[in-house]
Design a protein around this ligand. Sequence first.
Ligand code: HEC
Length: 104
Amino acid sequence: MLPNSMTAFSGLLLASLLASCTQESPAVPAYPEMDGERFRVFAEHCSSCHAPPKPTVHVAREWPFVIARMQQHRVQRGLGPIPAADMEKIKDYLLEYAKAEHGR
Ligand code: HEC
């Protein structure tokens, strides 16, 4: 009797440990469309100086100003500006997944 219930108990314990592990694991940062072209271009140009930001750190209205400032950082460091075609993809991506405006 005892060994059986012990086994059942430890099985339950293990299952709940595994469940909590997969639910809370912060190891893989999640961005929208991680297998998409726009994410690839964004990650390529926005990860040289810091971790690429989540689109939700700004509302859509703010993103163009932030991106313009990042271009200045690049130029100041002697990196070339992000090519216009790539800029469009990055803006497109960040604006689409931006934080929602309050009251809208
Ligand atoms: C050449 C280096 C460099 C690159 C490349 C770069 N950044 Fe930055 N980023 C910085 C620096 C330096 C700061 C801190 C100073 C500041 O906020 O301007 C910063 C801060 C930030 C912040 C936090 C400040 C805020 O206004 O929220 C965000 C968000 C950000 N960057 C987004 C981006 C995005 C999006 C890209 C790609 C388009 C990018 N960065 C590429 C240098 C860079």
